[in-house]
Design a protein around this ligand. Sequence first.
Ligand SMILES: [Fe+2]
Length: 161
Amino acid sequence: MATQLEQTSEVVTSVVHGADVPWVWMGFENSGVEMKLLRRGREDEVYTFMNRFAPGFMAPRHLHLGEVHAWTMEGCWCYLEYDWKARAGDYVYEPADSIHTLYVPEENEGLTTVLFTVEKGLDLYDENGELFMTQDGAGLEELYRAGLAEQGLDWPDAILP
Ligand SMILES: [Fe+2]
């Protein structure tokens, strides 16, 4: 006998149309990395965003406080510490406590776009091994707001809380 599955009305699914959320520069204009925030993760500390990297971009070394799922949409990226490269269609899993340095090969011909879902956040370290920032959903929201302000744009209602 078939089971009838019924959904209670309190359970809400959502779509974020990518075109409704603009790309903004992270940090400063032409920093080599742009971002679209898709879900802020206020309730569960799991946030989702896209990055678009220029060839040669390198991010600070970081320690993950929770796990990360990454989906490569175009281009190629990697970590200095590992021997793999992720290309379009490749999925990357990063467990909590992993430490590494994101790098986008200089020989890439175009941009690299990656969707990240991050739990809790990450600690960022400078070249001397000193912790200089803990970035979580709130921190990313701040960065995104700064990027929007830079371009004179309002907060997109499409972003999930
Ligand atoms: Fe990472």
